[in-house]
Ligand binder design. Structure first.
Ligand SMILES: [Zn+2]
Length: 163
């Protein structure tokens, strides 16, 4: 898996693309399979290669690594056959450590996140850090009630599915 930061020549829109290999990228570009998710331009070029994990926006990369690929070995290559740049490993490693520290005292509440966040907000439950899943609608509803729910930078597997 290789990640290229791509840029469209028409609108200078930057987005990221995930490819099986550089050859894969080259083939897709030659065949005109690449297009800008913002303006649809097919005038796509490779910008600087960067991981760009956690970048905000509505990019539509060709494929994304799955939670299973990322989470179990954060900071390490997904496959031992992939040479991951040291800066990438360092960045993800730091992020993973920071997130683990943040979640150390936090309780996994699964899909009860919105309910639990409300209970805490309205004083029906003791105030303590929690993390879990919520739909975009639930997050919107919470925000309207003044409850901030922030996405974690790295994916977290529910405890029960961990080996
Ligand atoms: Zn564009």
């Amino acid at each position: 898996m290789i990640i290229f930061d791509l840029i469209c020549g028409d609108g200078q829109h930057r987005f990221e693309g995930w490819f099986g290999s550089s050859k894969d990228y080259a083939e897709q570009q030659v065949r005109g399979f690449l297009d800008c998710p913002v303006c649809g331009s097919k005038n796509i070029a490779k910008a600087v290669m960067a991981p760009n994990l956690g970048k905000k926006g509505n990019q539509k990369p060709a494929t994304r690594p799955t939670v299973e690929q990322l989470e179990p070995q954060m900071g390490r290559p997904v496959s031992s056959k992939i040479a991951v740049p040291a800066e990438y490993q360092e960045m993800i490693g730091k992020l993973a450590k920071a997130q683990a520290k943040m979640l150390a005292n936090s309780e996994w509440v699964g899909d009860k996140f919105a309910d639990r966040a409300r209970d805490i907000h309205y004083g029906d439950a003791d105030e303590k850090p929690i993390h879990g899943t919520a739909s975009p609608e639930e997050v919107d509803d919470l925000a309207e009630e003044g409850i901030a729910a922030l996405p974690l930078p790295l994916p977290v597997l529910p405890p029960k599915s961990k080996n």
